[in-house]
Design a protein around this ligand. Structure first.
Ligand SMILES: [Zn+2]
Length: 160
């Protein structure tokens, strides 16, 4: 997914999501990069002991105030979400699943080769197996991209 924002920007913006009570209260609006809601700072009623604001909608400490200097659009919040939430949880699982399939395919081919040495069908099956693994990888990547794309769409009702 091509990012409209630099890694530095996303990291700097994240630093405004903690110890930010004063900044958020002085802001004209604020946004959450966990549930992607944009709302008025007057709706903020909870914060942690260290002065970190907690989202009134999803209770996650991922609030940015407009005083941080970042333009709080759905697009920007979705990008922040991708950097700080999705990226951490999804790709490793996906890679593990692919690796597990690749190991199983390799085993089947090896065992078949021992049982039926130099059999052309074993070779063809092996090649088909590896092609299937690549197809599954591409399919997963498309699914993830589609899911990320959907979350960037402006559907306010989706995050309530
Ligand atoms: Zn939230």
């Amino acid at each position: 997914m091509p990012s409209h924002y630099s890694e530095t920007e996303l990291v700097n913006a994240h630093s405004h999501s903690s110890h930010n009570l004063e900044e958020v209260q002085k802001s004209s609006d604020c946004g959450c990069f966990s549930c992607l809601k944009i709302f008025s700072p007057s709706e903020v009623t909870e914060w942690l002991a260290d002065g970190t604001v907690v989202c009134p909608y999803c209770a996650v400490d991922s609030i940015l105030g407009s005083m941080s200097g970042y333009l709080l659009t759905k697009d920007f919040l979705a990008e922040m979400n991708g950097r700080w939430f999705r990226k951490i949880t999804r790709p490793p699982r996906q890679k593990n699943a692919r690796n597990a399939i690749a190991v199983v395919v390799t085993f089947i081919v090896l065992i078949s080769n021992i049982i039926l040495p130099n059999n052309i069908w074993v070779l063809i099956l092996g090649i088909l197996g590896f092609v299937a693994v690549f197809m599954i990888t591409i399919y997963y990547k498309l699914m993830i991209r589609r899911r990320l794309g959907a979350s960037k769409g402006l559907e306010p009702g989706k995050y309530t």
